[in-house]
Design a binder for this molecule. Structure first.
Ligand code: PLP
Length: 467
C-alpha cells in the first residue's frame, strides 16, 4: 500500500495563496453583505450532498461550494455593521498566527512536547500584565501565572475546581456554596454543574441600580448560609456584564470573600481588553486582591477565537486539582519541577499553540496601536449614547462605561422587538436585546475591527426612522 496525498505541497502553495486572497477580498467586501444570515433551519444541510464523496474532489470544486453553499449560512461577525452580543474580532496578524499554529501542528500539553509553545505563552501572558496594567501577583515568576484557555467558560470551571480543591478535606462538597450576581454570565452555573454540584449551590446575588452586584447582599447571603452549616467557597464577580457592562465592585466583594475565606474569580471576558488603554484601567480596580481573573482577547482585542486569558495568584490549588501523571507522560523536565506543563492548567490534555496569534497581534500593533483600537470604539459608543439620550423616543437604561450602549424605545417591549427585527431582517446591521429591570432593551456593542463612524451614523439614522 502506498498513500499519495491528493494535495501536493505545490497544490497547497497555490490553494493557500488563493485562500488568503479570498479572505482579504471577503474582508474588503463584507460590509455589503446582509449581516445576519437569512437562511431557515435545515436550508444549509438540504443543499449539501447526502453522501460523502467516494473519489477525490478538486480544490476549485470545494471553494466553489464554500461560495455557493456555505456563505449564505454565514452571519458576518466581521462586518462593520455587526453590533450584536459582543464582538468576536479577527485581524490579519491573528489569522496568520492561527495558520502558522495549524501548520506547525504541535501539541503543547507538556513543556517537553514543544518548549516554545509553553514558554511563548508564559511570556506573552506576562507581557499582557504590563500591557493592561494588571497586578504583579499574576506574574509567572512568583506563585501565580497565566495561561490561554479556549473560553471564559473554561476559565470559570478551572477557577471553581481550584477553589474546591483549596477547601477539600475541610468541607464536604454538599456543604459548599458559590455566589455570583443575577447578571453574571451563565458560565458560572454551568461550571458549578460540571464540577458536580447542584444549581441550588449557586446563589444569585441581587444587583444595585447600575446592575452591579450588591456586596451587602452578598455578605448577608453568606451569613445566612453559614448559620445553616453551609460553606461559602467561591464567588464569581464580573467586570463588564454581558447585558450592560456593569462593573461589580471588586474591592468590596474582596472584603467579603476575605472574611469568609471564599475564592474570588473575576470574569472580565469582554471589558478586560479595555485596559490596554490606560484611561480605562478602572476595569482593573480591585484585581490585586482576587484569586483568579480572565478576559477574552477573542472578543475585543483583535485575536480570533479562541483566546481567553486566565491568571491565578497561586497555581497550587489549580494544579493540585488537575494534575494526573500517567507513566507515558513522565519526562525529566517535568519530574525536576523546572518547567510549566499547561495540561495541569486546563480541562483537556492536548492544546494548540494559541500564543502565536496573540504574539503576532501584540507585535504588529504595539501597545499604542492596541490602545487606539479600543479608544476608537469607546469614543464612538459614548457619542452614540449621547445621541440616543437626546432622542425623544429612546432612553438609555444603563451607563456606557465602555463600548456597549443599552437603551430602549420608550413605547415598550413590542416597539423594541419590532425595531430589532426590522433592522436585523433587512440585513443592514445586526443588534441583539437583553432584559434589564424586567424590560426588553436593545444593545449596540461596538467593537468590530472595521466599524467606522459612518456605520454608527447609519445605524442611528435607522433607529431614528424606526422610532
Ligand atoms: C462572552 C462572555 C462570557 C463567555 O465567554 P466564552 O469565552 O465564550 O466562554 C463570559 N462572561 C462574560 C461577561 C461574557 O461577556
Amino acid at each position: 500500500m502506498t498513500y499519495t496525498p491528493p494535495m501536493s505541497n505545490d497544490d497547497f502553495r497555490r490553494a493557500g495563496h488563493e485562500l488568503i486572497d479570498w479572505i482579504a477580498d471577503y474582508w474588503e467586501t463584507v460590509e455589503q453583505r446582509p449581516v445576519l444570515s437569512q437562511v431557515a433551519p435545515g436550508d444549509i444541510r438540504a443543499s449539501l450532498p447526502t453522501e460523502p464523496p467516494a473519489e477525490p474532489e478538486s480544490w476549485d470544486a470545494i471553494m466553489a461550494d464554500v461560495d455557493e453553499l456555505i456563505m449564505p449560512g454565514i452571519t458576518h461577525w466581521q462586518s462593520p455593521n455587526f453590533f450584536a452580543y459582543f464582538p468576536a474580532n479577527a485581524s490579519p496578524p491573528s489569522v496568520l498566527g492561527e495558520l502558522l499554529s495549524a501548520g506547525l501542528g504541535v501539541q503543547g500539553m507538556l513543556w517537553a512536547t514543544s518548549p516554545a509553545c509553553t514558554e511563548l505563552e508564559t511570556h506573552v501572558l506576562d507581557w499582557m500584565l504590563d500591557l493592561c496594567g494588571l497586578p504583579d501577583r499574576f506574574r509567572s515568576g512568583g506563585p501565580g501565572g497565566g495561561t490561554i484557555q479556549d473560553s471564559a467558560s473554561s476559565a470559570a470551571l478551572v477557577a471553581i475546581l481550584a477553589a474546591r480543591e483549596r477547601v477539600a478535606g475541610q468541607w464536604r462538597m454538599d456543604q459548599m456554596v458559590a455566589y455570583t450576581s443575577e447578571h453574571a454570565h451563565s458560565s458560572a452555573e454551568k461550571g458549578i454543574r460540571i464540577a458536580g454540584m447542584f444549581p441550588e449551590q449557586l446563589r444569585q446575588i441581587p444587583s444595585d441600580g447600575t446592575h452591579a452586584m450588591d456586596p451587602v447582599k452578598l455578605r448577608e447571603a453568606m451569613l445566612a448560609d453559614i448559620i445553616e452549616d453551609r460553606r461559602p467557597f467561591f464567588v464569581q464577580a464580573t467586570t463588564g456584564t454581558t447585558s450592560s457592562t456593569a462593573l461589580d465592585p471588586i474591592d468590596e466583594i474582596a472584603d467579603v470573600c476575605k472574611e469568609f475565606g471564599a475564592w474570588l474569580h473575576v470574569d472580565g471576558a469582554f471589558a478586560g481588553s479595555a485596559a490596554v488603554a490606560p484611561e480605562y484601567r478602572f476595569v482593573n480596580a480591585g484585581l490585586e486582591r482576587v484569586d483568579s481573573y480572565c478576559f477574552n482577547p477573542h472578543k475585543w482585542l483583535l485575536t480570533n477565537f479562541d483566546c481567553s486569558l486566565f491568571w491565578v495568584a497561586d497555581r497550587g490549588p489549580m494544579t493540585s486539582a488537575l494534575s494526573i501523571v500517567p507513566e507515558y507522560l513522565r519526562n525529566a523536565a517535568s519530574d525536576a519541577g523546572s518547567v510549566i506543563d499547561y495540561r495541569d492548567w486546563q480541562i483537556p490534555l492536548g492544546r494548540r499553540f494559541r500564543a502565536l496569534k496573540l504574539w503576532f497581534v501584540i507585535r504588529t500593533h504595539g501597545a499604542a496601536g492596541l490602545a487606539d483600537f479600543i479608544r476608537n470604539h469607546v469614543h464612538m459608543a459614548q457619542a452614540l449614547a449621547e445621541r440616543i439620550h437626546g432622542h425623544p423616543s429612546y432612553e438609555l437604561v444603563a451607563p456606557t462605561p465602555l463600548s456597549l450602549v443599552t437603551f430602549r424605545h420608550t413605547g415598550g417591549d413590542e416597539d423594541n422587538e419590532r425595531i430589532r427585527d426590522t433592522i436585523n431582517s433587512d440585513g443592514e446591521a445586526y443588534l441583539t436585546h437583553t432584559r434589564l429591570a424586567d424590560q426588553t432593551v436593545l444593545r449596540v456593542a461596538i467593537g468590530a475591527v472595521r466599524t467606522e463612524q459612518r456605520h454608527i451614523d447609519a445605524l442611528f439614522d435607522r433607529l431614528d426612522e424606526l422610532a
